[in-house]
Ligand binder design. Structure first.
Ligand SMILES: CC/C=C\CC/C=C/CC(=O)SCCNC(=O)CCNC(=O)[C@H](O)C(C)(C)COP(=O)(O)OP(=O)(O)OC[C@H]1O[C@@H](n2cnc3c(N)ncnc32)[C@H](O)[C@@H]1OP(=O)(O)O
Length: 189
């Protein structure tokens, strides 16, 4: 109810979520002109896939970085660019973020980005973390995290920056902050 009210008041997306659930097979998926594949030049498979349904104004962002959608510098850069493109497209009013990986929404920050790297790399990495959450938290779109798997630490942070969170009901899926267990401290900002 709260979600529908918010969608109505913020962007006139009345009934949008019920439309998605009741007639998802009828939804015409349109890829935003900004995201057409031929404009991309990835040497590796894209870590983010966006489907934009122009009839509802809602984009679904699938995180698809196997095995666990860990938040590497490359992943975060791609995610931020995708959010930015959607933000510039005024016909996009809602964004659902979910995972294409089974059982995991996001494993949080990519631990390999924090070990044995230069100070410059660490700086760029943490800036990209900050950019991610600022972009999502400050977005004009209605943002929803559809948490379809475990979401520790940075995955939890990402979900918390969205306006709404819906999590799959499975006792195997964890969400929360585990930095202390890991022995790391997020830098002050
Ligand atoms: C103001 C607030 C500021 C900051 C808050 C945000 C700060 C966040 C800090 C972090 O995010 S640090 C990262 C914390 N994350 C974790 O500790 C997650 C650890 N991983 C897990 O708990 C599990 O892997 C999982 C529950 C996500 C998935 O479990 P499962 O499906 O059983 O997969 P595996 O454990 O076998 O892992 C598969 C594969 O993925 C690698 N991996 C897992 N997590 C990460 C990661 N965070 N970074 C890099 N790589 C990761 C894991 O090592 C396995 O690799 P293999 O090569 O062995 O296959």
């Amino acid at each position: 109810m709260a979600l529908r009210a918010a969608l109505r008041s913020r962007s006139g997306l009345s009934g949008l979520l019920s439309q998605r659930s009741s007639c998802s097979s009828d939804i015409r998926m349109c890829v935003s002109p900004l995201l057409v594949p031929q404009e991309r030049n990835y040497s590796t498979p894209p870590k983010i896939r966006v489907e934009f349904d122009q009839s509802t104004g809602v984009a679904v962002m699938h995180m698809q970085s196997p095995p666990v959608n860990s938040l590497s510098l490359d992943f975060l850069t791609e995610l931020c660019i995708s959010v930015e493109k959607l933000e510039m497209d005024k016909s996009c009013r809602g964004l659902i973020i979910t995972s294409a990986q089974p059982k995991v929404f996001s494993a949080g920050l990519d631990i390999t980005e924090m070990y044995g790297k230069s100070p410059e790399h660490c700086g760029a990495f943490w800036r990209s973390v900050q950019e991610m959450w600022l972009k999502l938290y400050g977005s004009n779109m209605v943002t929803i995290a559809a948490i379809n798997g475990s979401s520790p630490a940075g995955g939890c942070l990402m979900a918390m920056t969205c306006d709404y969170r819906i999590m799959a009901d499975n006792p195997r899926y964890n969400i929360g902050l585990n930095e202390t267990q890991l022995g790391i401290v997020a830098p002050f900002w």
